[in-house]
Design a protein around this ligand. Sequence first.
Ligand code: AMP
Ligand code: ZN
Length: 113
Amino acid sequence: MNDCLFCKIIKGDIPSDKVYEDELCYAFKDIAPTAPTHILVIPKEHISKLDEVTPDNSAVIAHIYEVIAKLAKELDLKDGFRVVTNCGESAGQSVFHIHFHLLAGRPFAWPAG
Ligand code: AMP
Ligand code: ZN
């Protein structure tokens, strides 16, 4: 996906503030944080959105949750954190490369707005 913003970030064509990287995923700070900790975790494989996850590509999603748990320990997020994936424009998705917002450092209301 040549015109995908997050694919360009993975390739290094667009700069990012990297938090973590391995062979399957990449994590970086959100450019417009909505919480003191706001990290985006993305698969290196381009998947546009959550409803495109299938048995063929879901292993990377499980891996991303393992990475989130590891980051939460490393960043000492023991007061709690929230993980958000918006799917589709009406849910607030603005970048169509699946991503997991890792948010922490302030209280979060529930139900979410
Ligand atoms: P969403 O609205 O769920 O699709 O989330 C997209 C997120 O990407 C937003 O929180 C943006 O602030 C973030 N974002 C957009 N461009 C960049 C960028 N170049 N570097 C880091 N985060 C970005
Ligand atoms: Zn992409």
